[in-house]
Design a protein around this ligand. Structure first.
Ligand code: IPM
Ligand code: MG
Length: 356
């Protein structure tokens, strides 16, 4: 199979972790007889430095032409002074919108080998943590009007949270379909006791439930959900929610699995288009020290193989290699038990590649 993968290294630890994911993809090419072409795409702070824009138009176009996009992480204090229209994060949001990636899948799954790294009590972890957050990614408050204005010496700021029924339907469908491939349970998370957008959300999901009689649907307020994720995460199979709630809950969900450094994500649009990135940030404080955990990015590459290239066997092989390396006891600093000797980012990549 010949495919083109757009590669966005980004900022902070981005280039280091992406390098290890590329090592894994090259290994997959060799082992399974594929040919991938890698196209460098510049986005984020590094693109501001190089081109003066966090996402130059030609870079968006390059990403559009590729079969899939692999991304490290973007942003950092270096660009704090940049105008809001051109922040590194803005480049990421423009890329998501520009590629039409409205569905963000974020698995929260604990590797049994890492149970001790979870901040949750042992008996809670023992019940299992294996759920999927389906986050709406191109609507809601992230893409509503943002305005700061001054009137009579008083400054006020506004961000608009709006959803159309159509936007809710297409993301809810992703939630239902994902539940069908898993344990057939869907929890729709909203704030319908306060927000109109959430009331429309709940009404729409409730209507759609009739088309999925095999899926058990429940509704939960976002504040309660934040609590339930730490109280009894085993109750969840698939959570579907709007953009900002999904942003917040997915950070929480990743933490209970032991480390945010372990969690991959897939952002999907129509027709198999997809972008794959770890859910953690660019961690500028540890950049360039070879201590970052590349596993979130490597597992993102596995999702890329599975969802955009339809290479399930290859994706399985990458995931099995990660599990095997953890089983052997290798750990990066973020998941290392106190007193144990961690391996660096490169070494971790090398070990995983050897197992494929
Ligand atoms: C994420 C990040 C982004 C988001 C930021 C960097 C804009 O936190 O992917 O979760 O809020 O979506
Ligand atoms: Mg986030």
């Amino acid at each position: 199979m010949e495919k083109t993968i757009a590669v966005i290294r980004g900022d902070g630890i981005g280039p280091e972790i992406v390098e290890q994911a590329l090592r894994i993809l090259r290994r997959v090419e060799a082992r399974f007889g594929h040919r991938f072409t890698y196209e460098d795409v510049w986005m984020g702070g590094c693109a501001i430095d190089r081109y003066g824009s966090s996402l130059p138009d030609e870079m968006l176009e390059k990403a559009r032409q590729a079969d899939a996009v692999l991304l490290g992480a973007v942003g950092g204090p270096k660009w704090d002074g940049v105008s809001k229209e051109n922040r590194p994060e803005r480049g990421l949001l423009r890329l998501r919108a520009g590629l039409g990636l409205y569905a963000n899948l974020r698995p929260a799954q604990i590797f049994p080998q890492l149970a001790a790294a979870s901040p949750l009590r042992e008996d809670i972890v023992a019940r299992g943590i294996d759920f999927l957050i389906v986050r709406e990614l191109t609507g809601g408050i992230y893409f509503g009007e943002h305005r700061t204005e001054e009137k009579d010496g008083e400054t006020s700021a506004t961000d608009v949270l709006s959803y159309s029924e159509k936007e809710i339907r297409r993301i809810a469908r992703q939630g239902f379909e994902a539940a069908r491939k898993r344990r057939h349970k869907l929890c729709s998370v909203d704030k319908a006791n306060v927000l109109d957008s959430s009331r429309l959300w709940r009404k729409t999901v409730t209507e759609m439930a009739a088309d999925y009689p095999d899926v058990e649907v429940s509704h939960m307020y976002v504040d309660n959900c934040a609590m339930q994720i730490v109280r009894n995460p085993a109750q969840f199979d698939v959570i579907v929610t709007e953009n900002m709630f999904g942003d917040i809950l997915s950070d929480e969900a990743s933490m209970i699995t032991g480390s945010i450094g372990m969690i991959p994500s897939a952002s999907l649009g129509e027709g198999g288009r997809g972008m794959y990135e770890p859910i953690h940030g660019s961690a500028p404080d540890i950049a360039g020290q070879d201590i970052a955990n590349p596993i979130g990015t490597i597992l993102s590459a596995a999702m890329l193989l599975r969802y955009s290239l339809n290479l399930a066997q290859e994706a399985d092989a990458v995931e099995a290699a990660v599990a095997a390396v953890l089983e052997e006891g290798w750990r990066t600093a973020d998941i290392c038990a106190p007193g144990a000797e961690p391996v660096g980012c490169m070494k971790m990549g090398e070990l995983i590649a050897e197992h494929i």
